[in-house]
Design a protein around this ligand. Structure first.
Ligand code: HPA
Length: 253
């Protein structure tokens, strides 16, 4: 089974039904869509009515629910601000790594106790195979990807100060968002292949001021729809767990 987090604009493609999954971390509502005989799970990260702010999302319940229904591959979209002059509002980037500036959210399934102490390798946080597949499918579908990006995850829900953005730029960050950590980490702990495509919604604080989110909202929705359709095209083809290291990234010492 395959899943898309945050995707929109595809509800006309196939028949869908709702599924409530109960996990030890909480309940999660999913939309299951039948596309050409295959079921794809859709999860809206902030809840269907968009009421859960980034710092209160139950990331562990979300990811465990996907695991429990048998999901092995996940593509996610994420709206991000840009702190790299080369990446403009409206651009699409493939996230390749992250800098974690979150502060107060559960970030792991590995809580010790009965289990041994476990760690997870972060050499390739975002599945290499899924990233490559998206790069080629995007080209094929006429979606221009501007390149790879380092994602800075902040705690939110406030936006960053200009000084913070200046610091993130100097540290090697390209785009800033509030949700990819711990989402990507939890996926790896579960051995799920996971990749995120960033859609740039604004310049970060203190960068350039000319384009507001309001100006490009329509364009963003269109990009999100195109990206989601590319995910589905990839899901229609073969995917292979042997083309990456996602399934064996756990380190027990
Ligand atoms: N900062 C943090 N999160 C975001 C931004 C931003 O500028 N834009 C979209 N999500």
């Amino acid at each position: 089974m395959k899943a898309i987090i945050g995707g929109t604009g595809i509800y006309d493609i196939g028949e869908s039904h709702n599924r409530l999954v109960e996990t030890k971390y909480g309940k999660v509502e999913l939309d299951i869509i039948n596309i050409g005989g295959e079921e794809i799970a859709f999860l809206s990260r902030h809840g269907k009515d968009h009421t859960t702010p980034p710092h209160r999302i139950n990331y562990r319940a979300n990811m465990m629910a996907l695991k429990e229904i048998g999901v092995q591959y996940i593509y996610a979209t994420a709206a991000v601000g840009s702190c790299n002059e080369k990446y403009f509002p409206g651009d699409v980037v493939i996230i390749k790594d992250f800098l974690d500036f979150t502060k107060a959210r559960p970030v792991t399934f590995f809580e010790g106790g009965e289990e041994k102490v476990k760690h997870v390798d972060m050499s390739d946080p975002y599945c290499k195979n899924l990233r490559e597949k998206f790069y080629f499918m995007a080209k094929n579908q006429g979606i221009e990807t501007k390149g790879e990006a380092v994602y800075v995850c902040t705690e939110g829900p406030r936006f960053e100060t200009a000084s913070e953005i200046n610091m993130f730029k100097h540290l090697g960050g390209d785009v800033v968002g509030m949700t990819n950590v711990p989402e990507v980490v939890l996926a790896k702990e579960l051995g799920i292949c996971y990749a995120t495509v960033g859609i740039i919604s604004n310049w970060c604080t203190g960068m350039k001021g000319e384009i507001t989110l309001h100006d490009i909202q329509k364009e963003l929705d269109k990009s999100k729809e195109k990206v989601t359709k590319a995910f589905i095209e990839i899901f229609k083809g073969e995917l292979n767990k042997n083309k990456c290291t996602c399934k064996n990234s756990i380190i027990e010492l």
